[in-house]
Design a protein around this ligand. Structure first.
Ligand code: 0O2
Length: 213
């Protein structure tokens, strides 16, 4: 595929990322407006770069002429405050299964931490789109993680990029320690979750009062 073909190929993936961001952000704002607890803190999304698609296809043994089999060309990330919230979001996605999305694969790297120290919950979905040329469905990956997991993964990802995947052993060891610290932070926060939630509710109610004055 050449430049313009890739541009065309990526159009539905861009559309899927935009639609999925709107859908998950809407869940957050709907729950907030109903003064209910939202397990979703914030949502981001990206379309994978062409060079990364080709690299990933190679790694997964996918033929270059079938890039649509790469599962995470469209990627959505949902950040939550507490580990329990990850499973609440997973439940929300299960409820949508067979409706506006179909679950293809799930990987729980929260319970099964990766060798690197990486933790997150991954769900690959098949997502149908209405395009100018009719219906088309594509694969998308949803990653769900706490703020602490996201902090660690973002730092580790940039170091991995800097060292082209070969992070020196001493830095790897420190990253594993940092992952352990992030795990403990999540545990500590979960212990005082109710205390934190009460403070946040109080704060939100106060800000709403100021806004309506
Ligand atoms: P990018 O730039 O984020 O898109 P693998 O591909 O072998 O690492 P696996 O088990 O095939 O992982 O899983 P999956 O579900 O496809 O997850 C791959 C994605 O998860 C990665 O995408 C990362 O986003 C994230 N991820 C997995 N392992 C790690 C890790 O050790 N550190 C960090 N920071 N992220 C990880 P890409 O395509 O590698 O990168």
């Amino acid at each position: 595929m050449h430049g313009r073909d890739w541009d065309q190929f990526l159009i539905p993936y861009e559309q899927a990322v935009e639609e999925l961001k709107v859908k998950f952000r809407s869940i957050r704002s709907e729950l907030k407006r109903k003064m209910e607890y939202s397990p979703i803190e914030f949502v981001t999304g990206r379309v994978k770069k062409v060079s990364s698609i080709l690299e990933k296809a190679k790694k997964l043994g996918i033929p270059q002429e079938r890039p649509e089999e790469v599962p995470d060309i469209a990627g959505i990330r949902i950040m939550v405050q507490f580990v329990d919230d990850i499973y609440r979001v997973v439940q929300l996605i299960h409820q949508r299964n067979g409706k506006d999305m179909t679950i293809v694969e799930e990987k729980d790297y929260v319970k099964n931490t990766k060798e690197s120290g990486y933790r997150s919950y991954h769900i690959v979905i098949r997502y149908p789109l209405q395009t100018a040329n009719g219906e088309k469905s594509i694969l998308a990956e949803i990653q769900i993680r706490t703020l602490a997991m996201n902090f660690w993964a973002t730092i580790e990802h940039s170091l991995s990029y800097k060292y082209q995947g070969n992070i020196p052993q001493d830095i790897k060891d420190r990253l594993r320690n940092a992952a352990e610290a992030a795990f403990r932070l999540d545990e500590e926060m979960s212990q005082i979750r109710e205390e934190i939630r009460e403070a946040q509710r109080h704060f939100e109610m106060k800000s709403n009062q100021v806004l309506t004055l």
